[in-house]
Design a protein around this ligand. Structure first.
Ligand code: S6P
Ligand code: ZN
Length: 191
């Protein structure tokens, strides 16, 4: 890990950052209970433990004053009619924000605050999304064949709270409907 100012590049189309990074891979098996259609999930998993998304995190100390940045890549696919997505989280230090810059693909950022206010923002190349403090967030890839690739930056001390989302998911789901992508209410969600 560099103690000096440093640069890196994000070569396209791979979007794998040059230089040192922590590569995290999340497969279907790591997402039990996250997709609404449990039967479709079990059937898919029985065939293959598909790679759903990857993160390349630029290594920095997880402490206040630092910025954590990296690349998030959500692969195309669906479980039932629900598009592949990240697990999603609130920041453990709830009062910390995050910026996403979309480099490639198409999709949405599904967000909500602890009071249950929901927002779903479209992502496309060139879109910068500011996720304010307190808003949980999950990225969803709606492309048929293309990855959703975003660059993110957030405070080093933010941490992750996955438990709240694991319990009942986000208020909104992104699914393929009769006429394409639809944002629908999550029937499992309770205030
Ligand atoms: C971290 C930031 C992203 C996500 C990544 C994977 O605060 O929001 O780096 O970690 O998109 O999502 P998740 O929900 O599995 O951490
Ligand atoms: Zn985050």
């Amino acid at each position: 890990m560099s103690d000096y100012p440093f640069t890196f590049t994000i070569p396209m189309p791979s979007a794998v950052p040059s230089g040192e990074s922590n590569h995290i891979q999340r497969r279907l098996s790591a997402m039990k209970g996250q997709f609404l259609d449990q039967q479709a999930y079990d059937q898919m998993l029985a065939v293959e433990d598909t790679l759903v998304y990857e993160v390349y995190e630029i290594p920095r100390p997880h402490q206040a004053g630092e910025l954590l940045s990296g690349i998030s890549i959500v692969h195309p696919g669906k479980v039932g009619n629900e598009y592949f997505m990240t697990k999603g989280h609130f920041h453990q230090v709830l009062d910390t924000a995050e910026v996403y810059y979309c480099l490639k693909g198409e999709g949405y950022m599904v967000m909500e605050d602890p009071e249950g206010n929901a927002q779903v923002a479209p992502l496309a190349p060139g879109v910068v999304l500011y996720v304010p403090p307190r808003w949980g967030h999950r990225s969803v890839c709606t492309g048929r064949q293309q990855d959703l690739v975003t660059f993110y930056v957030y405070p080093g001390n933010a941490g992750h709270d996955y438990g709240t989302i694991e319990t009942q998911g986000f208020r909104k789901l992104v699914v393929e409907g009769a006429h394409g992508v639809e944002i629908v209410d999550n029937p499992r969600w309770k205030r």
